[in-house]
Design a protein around this ligand. Structure first.
Ligand code: 1GP
Length: 238
């Protein structure tokens, strides 16, 4: 089970984010093989748009690696019953009902029937410079990066609502990653596993997020430009 891995892993997990719209099937083959070699723990599958087929992308990755595939859906269209688990995101930093409950209702029956592991996740978007795709597509305001008290209160509310993990998100390709101080404050305030992603481009940035208290690091964007960085980034997360 992915969640127990997230709870128990002492070394920290590294998740490679694969946006189906960003890779050709040929590129996916190379990326999956590289991820396997670099000992990536989890492949997260999802993105802001939904042009490429999630199912075909998933099957292509499966052909070339045995890394568990976890859905990270931008919306209800990005569902495949063949994944190993789903980060069922509730965008608790925002006030848009579609991303708090709406998309969840649309996919709930199919998700139930699939028998897939569900990881209910409080998704907290933090201001990171220029407007990100997730901010624009979700039509929500990120929490200002100097308001760690609001981030902490939001994470605590997520825990009180019964969510099982907290995702601190700067947004894919963010100018600035989530501040380390925010990760530290949330770490002190909730008992849940913390996932951190968005704008992490260097081993130092990955190490900083881990040291601040992240249990899982997510990297996508920088690897779309240079997949050769993968091993080094995985190494920095441990
Ligand atoms: C985005 O947190 C993930 O949802 C990863 O961000 O693509 O910037 O690495 P990057």
């Amino acid at each position: 089970m992915i969640y127990s891995q997230l709870l128990k892993s002492q070394k920290g997990l590294f998740a490679l984010l694969v946006d189906p719209d960003k890779y050709s099937f040929h590129e996916l083959k190379g990326l999956s093989q590289r991820a396997q070699k670099a000992s990536v723990d989890i492949i997260l599958l999802g993105g802001s748009l939904t042009s490429a087929s999630i199912e075909q992308t998933l099957m292509t990755i499966r052909q070339h690696s045995s890394i568990p595939i976890v859905l990270f859906p931008g919306n209800a269209l990005q569902f495949s019953p063949s994944a190993d688990a789903i980060l069922l995101l509730s965008l608790i930093s925002g006030r848009n009902p579609d991303f708090l409950i709406g998309n969840h209702v649309l996919v709930s029956q199919a998700l139930h029937e699939s028998g897939m592991e569900v990881i209910p996740t409080g998704y907290i978007l933090i201001e990171s410079g220029a407007v990100t795709s997730v901010q624009y597509m979700s039509n929500t305001l990120p929490i200002p990066r100097n308001k760690s008290d609001i981030v902490v209160a939001t994470a605590i509310a997520g825990q009180q609502l019964g969510l099982k993990s907290i995702y601190l998100e700067a947004g894919s390709g963010a100018d600035l990653p989530v501040p380390k101080e925010i990760i530290c404050e949330v770490r002190k305030s909730v008992d849940l596993p913390i996932i951190v992603g968005g704008g992490l481009r260097t081993p130092d940035a990955v190490r900083g997020a881990r040291e601040a208290g992240a249990n899982m690091i997510v990297v996508g964007n920088v690897l779309e430009k240079d997949a050769g960085l993968l091993s080094e980034l995985v190494g920095a997360s441990r």
